[in-house]
Ligand binder design. Structure first.
Ligand code: GLC
Length: 738
């Protein structure tokens, strides 16, 4: 045997050994954790077990002797919203040094789109279609949060949202289960890293499980009436993906599903989450959502609420004390078996052990602040802003602007506004850190450019007092950039709207400025899709900026002045009229799909049934052309993959990025299937004139759905395929599964 063969054999043996060693060491570690839990559980009193199941909401308290005693006696397992590192360590020291078993606390906070370095809101992050960037942003948030004593974030929020009236649409990744699933996994990887016990990672929490975004009438906390098939195909998909990515916790949602509140819903919490998906972390309730089962009328009192929640599969109670005050008696009265408590506590201890809290329960207070707002973090934030921006319109190439343009009027209530650019759920973000649009423009243009600024009106109030002054500065400028939209507090939890129009008198202001005949660019700041038909039809250029976070002004100026060619694509549909919602691209065809020629089809008499702007839409400063769609094989045996490729050419004069999207339609199945489903995408960069082939592999797993018998399966039949720049454009082909 020659030396080469020998060395190859040795390498293979080492590799196999290393891999199996890797698997073995993971199994060994897991086994060691379970043995430690067995030992702890055997020592714990029932009261100490129940204490682990209570999360104290610090926001409404201060460090009192009563609180210290609660921790010392082992009656608290976790805290919410302790944001002072010294206080955090003080509480932890009581738990570790003064309680009987020294079980460390876990400290949670809503680190949704950044801790102190605030990135665009998640609805903007999903518009980047950039999973690597989304993961990086979460890793930065984790490092910053952990350095200030936060071990656990209540994120990613992965509720599918099809109704922009619902304020929390801002907080998630949009309407599509495929994109939302991949974003969920990217965020879990970013928060938890490769080693959850490292000191720069934090425990992730998939929320709000489940179908919280299906709240009827887009009104927060309202009922969700969804079929089991829609639940599984759409709303559960991102959670299933997040569990596959090893998310350590899940949060049960406020809503009921067909009359059963999520926090008392054994089907979702135990049968599916644990029974089908094998989730082995712990479930925390949403804030007092266990106690709120009394309001639903499915529990007569806190004891019954606690009983229903523990038997359904909730492990830890946030804020309310149904568990703390009642579980011991419920066990004594044999209404709740102690082994159910043991399993809940086992899952909580498992996460605390995996997070390394027993080994390093404290945070170095000197570290606090040392990790936040690092320059490389700010650059990533700026990159995320650039890529989140969606160019909705650009008539006649009005954008990009020249940096040496003689004069610019900057008008609007969001132009020199720091607080509102942070958006909802902005963690420990501070308005003072925000680069406003005005500042970003000033940072960008040449010294000869004269900038005239005026607010012009407020976001919400109806005063026209500044209109004349705004018209004056428009008159003396070459171009007008208007910064309009929603304030941060118009979206987020408990901030739903019945109108999606621009608030206040902002549209009137835009109309007045438009009348001057000056070229107008509108930068739209919002936490949700808005109804902007007039603006879209009449204004030359419209750039959607969401609530972009602390680097908003710089990232937007990069795009306005051509230092970055916009590449954002909508992850949520923009309706023409609020009367159309819920409106989403992956809808069923109905028995009477809309047909212009036939009045008796599914449409309106007062508005086109189509969206103003569809899912996946976004323009560029260049033009991409699609050609040569290939599907191989176009007839494939059930269970085999299909290869699809398409060529994309940059026909313009500027380099740019394009999100190449792959959609399918299952034409005939045992249940009605959506008219389109996103099943792949790739964000590519092409130089001017460059052409590239983009290839996808469609696996049988990706074609599965819940069939007439609720089996997750793929059925033979003909499928349509599209590859293109949005959910309404692309080259079309077909393949058949037999
Ligand atoms: C809130 C939210 C939830 C958040 C929790 C803690 O009510 O619904 O998303 O994580 O309480 O702040």
């Amino acid at each position: 045997m020659n030396i080469i063969t020998k060395s190859v054999i040795i390498f293979i043996m080492l590799f196999v050994n290393q891999t199996s060693f890797g698997i073995k060491s993971a199994e060994t570690a897991a086994f060691a954790i379970e043995k430690r839990i067995d030992k702890l559980l055997a020592q714990m009193t029932l009261a100490e077990k129940i204490g682990q199941m209570y999360q104290f909401s610090y926001a409404k308290a201060d460090m009192s002797a009563e609180l210290a005693e609660l921790v010392r006696s082992g009656k608290v397992g976790a805290f919410l919203a302790v944001t002072d590192v010294k206080l955090r360590n003080k509480l932890q020291k009581i738990a570790v040094k003064e309680s009987r078993l020294g079980i460390p606390l876990i400290f949670g906070l809503d680190v949704i789109h950044g801790y102190r370095t605030i990135f665009p809101i998640p609805l903007g992050q999903s518009a980047t279609w950039d999973l690597r960037l989304a993961e990086k942003a979460a890793a930065i948030a984790a490092k910053e949060a952990r350095s200030e004593g936060i071990d656990w974030t209540f994120a990613p929020m992965i509720d599918i949202a099809r109704d922009p009236r619902w304020g929390r649409i801002a907080e998630g990744f949009g309407e599509d289960p495929y994109l939302c699933s991949l974003m969920a996994q990217a965020k879990v990887r970013g928060f938890q890293g490769k080693n959850l016990s490292a000191t720069d990672t934090i425990v992730a929490c998939l929320k709000h499980y489940v179908a919280y975004g299906a709240a009827e009438a887009g009104r927060d906390y309202n009922s969700a009436e969804v079929s089991e098939r829609t639940l599984r195909d759409i709303y559960m998909a991102p959670f299933r993906a997040g569990v596959k990515a090893a998310a350590a916790t899940v949060m049960s949602s406020f809503n009921d599903i067909g009359g059963v509140p999520a926090s008392g819903n054994r089907f979702i919490l135990t049968d599916v989450l644990r029974g089908e998906w094998g989730f082995d972390g712990f479930v925390v309730s949403d804030y007092e959502s266990i106690k709120e089962m009394i309001n639903y009328g499915i529990a007569a009192d806190e004891a019954q609420a606690g009983e229903k929640a523990i038997l359904a599969g909730v492990d830890m109670e946030m804020a309310s004390r149904c568990f703390l005050n009642n579980l011991a008696r419920l066990v004594k009265d044999r209404q709740v078996p102690e082994k159910v408590i043991d399993e809940a506590v086992r899952r909580i201890l498992r996460v605390k052990l995996r997070a390394g809290l027993f080994e390093h329960p404290y945070v170095d207070p000197n570290l606090a602040g040392s990790e936040t707002l690092q320059n490389d973090s700010l650059q990533i934030a700026r990159e995320m802003v650039r890529k989140s921006l969606v160019l909705l319109k650009n008539d006649g190439g009005l954008l990009p602007l020249r940096k040496d343009i003689p004069s610019i009027a900057v008008i609007g209530p969001l132009a020199d506004n720091q607080r509102d650019l942070l958006g909802a759920w902005c963690g420990r973000g501070k308005a003072e850190d925000v680069v406003t649009l005005l500042k970003g423009i000033k940072n960008k243009v040449s010294s000869t450019c004269r900038i005239h600024y005026i607010k012009g009106c407020d976001i919400k109030d109806n005063s026209l007092g500044q209109f004349d002054a705004a018209l004056n500065i428009a008159d003396k400028s070459d171009v007008v950039i208007m910064a309009v939209g929603e304030s941060a507090d118009m979206s987020g939890e408990a901030h739903c709207r019945t109108s999606l129009d621009l608030p206040g008198v902002q549209r009137q202001l835009i109309k007045a400025i438009h009348k001057t005949g000056k070229p107008v660019i509108v930068v739209l700041f919002t936490g949700r899709p808005l109804t902007i038909s007039w603006l879209y039809e009449n204004i030359g250029a419209v750039l959607l900026a969401w609530h972009p976070g602390i680097q908003g002004g710089n990232g937007i100026a990069d795009v306005l002045f051509g230092d970055y060619n916009p590449s954002g694509k909508l992850a949520v549909t923009f309706p023409r009229n609020v009367g159309q919602v819920p409106l989403y691209y992956n809808h069923k065809n109905s028995g009477r799909p809309p047909a212009a020629s036939d009045p008796f089809t599914s449409k309106y008499i007062d508005c086109p049934w189509t969206p103003l702007l569809p899912f996946g839409y976004g323009l560029s400063y260049t033009a991409f052309e699609y050609s040569n769609l290939e599907i191989k094989p176009d007839k494939v045996r059930l269970g085999q993959p299909v290869s699809i490729s398409v060529e994309v050419e940059n026909k313009g004069t500027k380099a740019g990025e394009e999100v190449v999207q792959l959609y399918i339609r299952d034409l005939v199945a045992s249940v009605a299937r959506p008219v389109k489903e996103l099943k792949g995408f790739e964000k590519i960069r092409l130089a001017a004139g460059q052409k590239r082939k983009v290839s996808f592999t469609l696996t049988a797993e990706q074609l599965k759905f819940y069939d007439i018998d609720m089996k997750f399966t793929v059925e033979p039949g003909v499928f349509k395929v599209w590859a293109g720049p949005s959910s309404i454009q692309g080259l079309e082909g077909t393949f058949e599964i037999f």
